[in-house]
Design a protein around this ligand. Sequence first.
Ligand SMILES: [Zn+2]
Ligand SMILES: [Zn+2]
Length: 969
Amino acid sequence: MKAMFKAVSPNVDFPKLEEAIITYWKKNKIFEKSLAKDSPRGNWTFLDGPPFVTGLPHYGHLLTSIAKDLFPRFWTMKGYHVRRVWGWDGHGLPVENKVENKLNIKRKKDIEDVVGVKKFIEECKAYVTQISGEWEWYVDHVARWVDFKNAYRTWDLPYMESVMWVFKQLYDKDLIYKGLKVSLYCPHCATPISNFEVAMDADNYKDVTDFATTYKYELKSPSFAKASAGKQNSKLKTYILAWSTTPWNKIVVPALAVNPKLIYVKVKEGNEYYILAKSTLKILRFAQDDIVEEFKGSKLVGMKYVPHYDYYKIEKDKKAFVIIGGDFVTAEEGTGVVTIAAYGEEDLKASLENNIHIEMHVDEEGHIKKDVPIFGGMYYLKANKAVNEDLQKRGLIYKDEILPHTMPHCWRCATRLYYAPITAWYVNVQKLKEQMKKTNEHIHWIPNHFQHGRFLKSLEHAPDWNISRNRYWGSPVPVWECRRCGECFVPESIKELEERSGQKVTDLHKPEIDEVTIECAKCKKTVHRVPEVLDSWIEAGSASFGERHYPFDFAQGKPSEGQKLEDFYPPDFIVEYTGQIRAWFYVLDVISNALYNTEAFKNVLVNGVILGTDGRKMSKNFKNYPDPKEMLEKYGGDALRLYLMSSPVVQGEDISISEEQYRNQVRGMLLILWNTYNFFVSNAIVDKFTVHSLFASQRSGQFTESKNVLDQWILSLLEKLTQDVTESLEKYDTVGAIAKLEEFITSLSTWYIRRSRDRVGPSAENKKDKQAFYETAYYVFTTFCKLLAPITPFVSEEIYRNLTGEESVHLANWPKQNKEQRTKNKELLYEMNNGMQLASKIHAFRKEANIKVRIPLRKLSYKGPEELTKDVEKIVLDEVNVYELTYVGKSEDYEVSGDVTEKNQDVEAGKARDIIRKIQEERKKLGTSLDEKVDVVIDAWPKEFTEEIKKKTLIRTLAKGETFKVSRI
Ligand SMILES: [Zn+2]
Ligand SMILES: [Zn+2]
């Protein structure tokens, strides 16, 4: 037990205090001790989304870091073991882009032809290994406890082996296929891009201006019905009109599509006939009268037309230059006729279904292929103008307009994307959707609306997932596919690959992995790996397994962390921002449902985005946010935690960063807490209060000793707080928890401590009551620190350690709830609340009448819902400085009345109080200690209050004199 407390400075510097605690924690291995602490309730697992290695942390990282610390601290105190290992994400385009810049690589081709893949990969490795040491500073200063030293990295061999294993599981379940499909494609990075990579950030959509052109395609056999044939001039040409915004893609149009169910019309204009959907007539220049024929789209299906360009050879057995039917064709835009080429999702699907020739005329860097006449070598966007000029000249354009619209851009290099047909590896998400919808019902989403809102909606619309990239820096697609017979070998471990290839495998990266060959099981030919690497989202989606090197290390067993999948899967908790609903949360869930038919996580907290002060995205160019490091140095980590964890950003809403709101946390809760704590410790030192064994019972929550109604009340309030904070944190509701803690600290400061001021210090005489106060307040502070510990780990640590002498509040157990006491004292909470309400009405009454609180009022009357109990009334009388209160009847709210003239005022007592206050202020200025006596000279004082003045301000001699003076002895 502790003899005495360390003195507390009223002028606290929180960042300085936090710095000392960071050092203390490290030196004494408090985090390690918290991991080793007893965990009678087993494991509570959380899955950390590792940050990308590039750059420094921004507010978004700090926000999730805080949540990733807060809940593990809470559950640890609740008796669980919470593994916390840092991770780094480092594969993929961002790193390749940085290395390209460093090596001055302008084209993807140069990686192979000029630099060489080996050197390129070495540079990528070097880049990701120089991780900024600064991260640790931020992590420390937001009080995040995490094992940095043993961080896993997505480019390390064990992690990559787990990813290989995950791929194999998907492959064995027949959820992986290779196919020609259209993807968003970046011509600079020369690789397909996931739709969700683009969708994560609204900035990836940019406004562009394109041509919107109505093209003319001449029909070869233009009449439909014999009946109307006679009315038409068979010498005139008939054109079908097709509308498009991609002129570059009009170089190859092997088919046109119409909707068989739509009504189309043939109209005459000048010396030509045109065919288009009836409902789109308005876009043309002619009227209803010009219609010469009307028919269903099905009549057009199968008709032939004259192509604009026919330089390419039609593959044997394939059709070309024919009209096909398709339900996807609508008349909402354009003419109800669609040009079909390989560069569109619906286009390609329709081509494959109708056995249409597929021609790809753009190379992997977005240039029209060399062998294409006229346009060969042009960048595809440049070809737009050239194609339309050529067709205009040839009279094959009906109408040419300009169309501003929005187009996706590369999330890495900001190049405009287009849709391109790519042979790639896919996860068959369609097969998994029903299962994913079912397991989504088991996930606790916070806030809840994302469950059936954004997550379900994006799941319903999700295409199959393109998981291969035509790049270099990533986990390999682990498929050895025989070019001769198509036989595939997919290993699930390095060991299996080594056995099959007879080669030692020490690195799964290119180019080493591409030197590993096997012999085809069927045709005995030497087989190489397919060239692609995996989308790094496969790695992110495999994080639960990768970070533990599952299932490999598990075969050997790591007892401390559980040996079974159930010990860590599915994890109890994950947290990230809204952008990850369609990305990380989604890919985790795809893989989890594929592997184990289960949801990927039990509780998911979705944060909003922290925007700049002007509501725009934070940007160095806009200078629209305060530097997070400067802010942490100025106001500290506890204040940031309070600010962010109590803001709507933890309920999925976007907020603008506000230095003012951050700063207010210091002046608000933290300083109020500090001042009450300072009051307690300073008086306890003067009164020589010591913590002795009597407290053993208190600390176990059995404390009900004090007869003082204030003590009983604050203990009841604390009990209620314990219940509320526990429930909020169990529901992952930090906003609710902090609101309750703030409410409590206000009651503690403005009622409990304020009303207890006269109970302590050298002038207080009731020894028993003094002891009751200290015991109660001690219990309240130590318990409050525990409740506060997960939210503001620094200040709670400081206070708790000084009061208890224990090693750390974070090694303490979460306060137990005492239901008995709660029920017993419900009444008291209600009664005291009445007293507090009446007190505030009386303060308002005084203010209105302009009577200072220091002047006692003899008598007041009040109406209210309830008459105060005697105990509470006594406290209220003290608070409002009134001698007598009379209850005069019922009313919904409290109302106060009374005489405001001097007759009802004890003017002399008021004067005495004024003098006491004046002397106390002077004592403060002199810096006297609480028990230090002083001599006072003053011109006059009410004689009957001499003793009271002397007692309250610890005066040795009180003398009369013209000049007011307080002097130390
Ligand atoms: Zn790009
Ligand atoms: Zn073969």
